[in-house]
Ligand binder design. Structure first.
Ligand SMILES: [Zn+2]
Length: 342
């Protein structure tokens, strides 16, 4: 995995500046005065819901409901929470829900964790699909607190571990209503994204769930993976002060999808999506999903001031931010899956 070495980690690992080569023309957006493509998605069929609308308020309510289900790594109650998440995927419209249990080891202590990735398939047999993913685990260590006494305390994870799940659960029924049966969506809720300590970078246990998924996919790819054309990964998308610059690793490995997402966002008036690249690439689940053969983009706000602290609570989130992301992803997926296969 040579190219992964150029990824800095969002968890305070090595800060390796990316070569300017990564900021090539492939991911640059046209200047604002250039004519935009038609703002309407023309669907070649009659959907049951011709104008699906994502609700930021519903997504914020969903965050509130999810916060009642503890998902902290190591928490004894999380097994029940994972079952609740599986039910939520089915209730949201997934016709097939899969569990992928595995064991991950925390690098610094050798402690083992029983983890579970969840998959919710819409139109499981469809030959074409988009993957939407996020992590649902929340961090047991608030190591960005100024007070070292709090570093072993859990992070509430309203933004980091919950906002992405909420957006995807609110998107599923809209996609179920809008998409024809020959195209599908797979929602992946990855476990164990947080299983690493500051400074461990690639050597740590970060992205344990997507790492396990990629390793298993290399060994024996599931049938649905063959038709997966694109992946969109959400992480920390609820900050009321939302800033979404382009993540350089996404621009390098999935430039067309970056361009499509950010163009849709601008067309729909979501200024939270910024047309420049952030300086450093981020190690997150999109890296492993791309490695599994699905070119993937990470949508993340890494300027969140409550990141990995006990202040990552729902009062820092806003329905407007969740709407900007949900609306953009919805219309991007509709565009992708109603356009001819690339
Ligand atoms: Zn985190």
């Amino acid at each position: 995995m040579a190219w992964a070495a150029e990824h800095a980690t969002k968890h305070g690992g090595r800060a390796i500046a990316l070569s300017l080569v990564l900021m090539g023309a492939g991911c640059r957006l046209p200047p604002p005065d250039e004519p935009e493509p038609s703002p309407r998605v023309t669907l070649p069929y009659a959907p049951r819901d011709p104008s699906p609308a994502f609700s930021g308020e519903a997504a914020l309510d969903r965050v509130r409901a999810l916060m009642l289900h503890p998902r902290t790594l190591g928490d004894a109650a999380r097994e029940r929470s994972i079952e609740a998440l599986a039910r939520m995927l089915a209730d949201a419209g997934a016709q097939q829900v899969e569990r992928q249990p595995f064991v991950a080891i925390e690098a610094s202590t050798g402690r083992s964790y029983a983890l579970v990735n969840l998959f919710g398939h819409l139109h499981p047999q469809a030959p074409r699909r988009v993957v939407l993913a996020t992590h649902f685990d929340t961090r047991p260590w608030a190591d960005q607190e100024p007070d070292p006494m709090l570093h072993e305390q859990p992070v509430p994870g309203a933004n980091d571990g919950t906002s992405g799940v909420a957006v995807l659960l609110e998107l599923l029924p809209l996609l179920a209503a809008a998409l024809p049966p020959d195209v599908g969506v797979t929602v992946i809720l990855f476990d164990g994204e947080e299983l690493g300590r500051p400074g461990e970078g690639e050597r740590g246990g970060y992205c344990a769930g997507s790492r396990h998924f990629a390793a298993e996919a290399a060994r024996q790819p599931p049938a649905w993976l063959r038709g997966a054309e694109a992946g969109i990964v959400l992480d920390m998308v609820g900050d009321r002060d939302l800033h979404l610059p382009i993540e350089p690793g996404s621009a390098k490995h999935a430039p067309a999808l970056v361009q499509r997402l950010w163009t849709v966002a601008r067309r729909r008036g979501h200024a939270q999506f910024q047309d420049h690249e952030r300086e450093l690439a981020i190690l997150d689940d999109h890296v492993l999903l791309t490695q599994a053969g699905v070119p993937s983009v990470l949508i993340i706000d890494h300027e969140y001031d409550a990141w990995h602290t006990r202040r990552d609570t729902i009062d820092r989130l806003s329905s407007e931010s969740l709407f900007a992301v949900g609306d953009t992803v919805l219309h991007t997926v509709l565009e992708l899956l109603t356009s001819p296969k690339p």
